[in-house]
Design a binder for this molecule. Structure first.
Ligand code: PLP
Length: 510
């Protein structure tokens, strides 16, 4: 039987009593490995032999022997028994191992194997958006405008009054009053047709995408995505084993007719209200064509409606889910953009025959979302704060977007094309393909501005490059937007100048 422990919280140690390898030797191997990979840095004070023996439920003698061997080889120094430290001067082998990660795997290739899926997950790139948002980091709402006083009053009320059952594990499908509040909001505002028992509360849209992929996708299944596509969704779909099939997006949104007759895909992931990242809205006829395809192909549509609460032009088109007569659409909503992302609350509206599968899968992914947060959010919605917040923010965001567009046109209007976005909290501007958007992004970063390159969202690397920048404006005040636009203008001019010079040189040398 294996014994596990966090020996004084710095070395996860796993010893196998049934192994033919002596326990002291196993302990030596584990500690040596922890030292080699830097988990136990030089100078770390190891627990006493008595403490470690108690922790691991082995004899003190076992620990003593392991320490003695480590000391003989120069990995630890000091007084065994009371004051043992990881050596400050490392043996040559250790220095070599530190020099490159390839060497680390030579230490014990079997020590940390990950699955094929684990390897796919390890390869995915995650873009961090932590801390205070930096202009024009996208996907972040105006954190400074969130009604904290109202929220904290509701939090205090719930902590004061909550019955004990709210402290127990919650329901996997979510806190009932919240699901009812969401259902009541979705009908009139998004045209979604559902009852509260079709709603499952999750930790944001990301978890919803992950859940849907786990439930509906087998390894190697083709899955339709928009070209270009939201990176974190792509990562979750790939991690579930899907083979992504990009479908072109134009001014009317995803064009299913390009692949409809040739694909055997059973799932399509789409952002019809506000295509991410291009920003277009899917037309009614394209929506109908997509639904017709799904119905014919007996496929599912995963509708990610991540930021459509903010719409600046005509009345919002109803969600695909509301047009669906055959129960083919799984609708995803999130409170990350409309309230704040750290809340980690979103929801899925599933067709009735999928409810059980989603609820069970939600339970396997950590049971439920925090019940007290759900209770606070339910009150926030039913007491009218939610709608008031949306109305107020729509005016603020419309102004921020207009200021960003004006400022960029003023700073670098000849180098980019920027059209107002109908919805959401980001705009996507196009650059001439002569200008490498990744170079602009790098240059902007040097000046302290985040400008994500559109080309990073391409699914099919063989598709023609389309140069552009995705700029979030929701989280920044007017002064920040103008200042960052000026810096971005400088970055654009610099990169364009370099591109022009090298093009001239090429022409001259031909
Ligand atoms: C297209 C898209 N979907 C979903 C999300 C939201 O994810 P979550 O609800 O997990 O914060 C984002 C956030 O950036 C997004 O851009």
């Amino acid at each position: 039987m294996a014994k596990t422990s966090m020996a004084s919280s710095f070395a996860a140690v796993l010893l196998d009593e049934s192994s033919s390898v002596a326990l002291y030797r196993q302990l030596y191997d584990r500690l040596r490995e922890a030292i080699l990979i830097g988990q136990l840095p030089p100078g770390t004070h190891l627990p006493s032999t008595r403490e470690m023996a108690t922790e691991l439920k082995v004899s003190r003698h076992t620990v003593f022997n392991a320490f003695e061997l480590l000391q003989a080889e120069g990995y630890v120094e000091g007084q065994i028994g009371s004051g043992t430290f990881v050596a400050r001067t490392l043996p040559e082998e250790l220095l070599q191992a530190r020099a490159g990660s390839q060497n680390i795997s030579l230490v014990n290739p079997e020590a940390r194997p990950v699955s094929q899926r684990g390897k796919i997950i390890t390869r995915t790139q995650i873009i961090e958006r932590t801390g205070l948002p930096i202009p024009f980091m996208q996907g972040v709402p105006a954190l400074d405008e969130f009604p904290i006083a109202t929220w904290s009053r509701l939090v205090a009320k719930h902590w004061r009054q909550s019955p004990q059952e709210l402290l127990n594990y919650g329901r996997a499908d979510g806190y009932a009053p919240l699901r009812e509040a969401i259902a009541a909001y979705l009908g009139p505002s998004r045209g979604v047709q559902c009852n509260s028992d079709q709603i499952i509360v999750v930790s944001g849209a990301q978890q919803a995408i992950d859940l849907a992929a786990r439930i509906l996708i087998d390894d190697g299944d083709p899955l339709l995505v928009e070209e270009f596509c939201y990176g974190a969704a792509r990562a979750a779909l790939l991690s579930a084993g899907a083979r992504l099939v990009p479908v072109p997006v134009d001014e009317a949104g995803l064009n299913i007719s390009v692949v409809a007759d040739s694909t055997s895909a059973r799932l399509a992931y789409v952002t019809p209200s506000h295509q991410y990242p291009l920003g277009v809205t899917m037309s009614t006829s394209r929506r109908q064509a997509l639904l017709d395809w799904a119905n014919r192909a007996r496929a599912w549509i995963l509708e990610d409606d991540y930021d459509s609460e903010y719409r600046y032009t005509e009345r919002p088109l109803p969600a695909l889910q509301g047009m669906d007569r055959n129960g083919r659409v799984i609708y995803i909503g999130t409170f990350s953009k409309v309230l704040f992302p750290a809340l980690r609350l979103g929801f899925i509206v599933t067709p009735r025959d999928l409810v059980d599968a989603f609820v069970t899968a939600r339970a396997t992914l950590g049971w439920c979302s925090p019940t007290l947060d759900q209770a606070v959010l339910a009150d926030f919605i039913t007491q009218g704060h939610f709608i008031r917040h949306i109305r107020r923010m729509r005016t603020i965001y419309a102004e921020r977007q207009a200021v960003l567009i004006d400022a960029l046109e003023h700073e670098a209007g000849d180098l980019l094309e920027i059209k107002p976005a109908d919805a959401g909290i980001h705009v996507t501007c196009s650059l001439s393909n002569r200008i490498d958007d990744r170079a602009v992004s790098r240059e902007a970063a040097e000046l302290g501005v985040v400008a994500q390159p559109l080309s990073a969202f391409r699914v099919d690397e063989s598709v023609a490059v389309r140069s552009g920048l995705i700029l979030g404006y929701g989280a920044y005040n007017i002064r920040q937007i103008k200042e960052a636009a000026r810096k971005l203008g400088t970055a654009l001019k610099d990169v364009s100048r370099v591109a022009r010079t090298s093009a001239n040189r090429r022409r001259a040398s031909q």
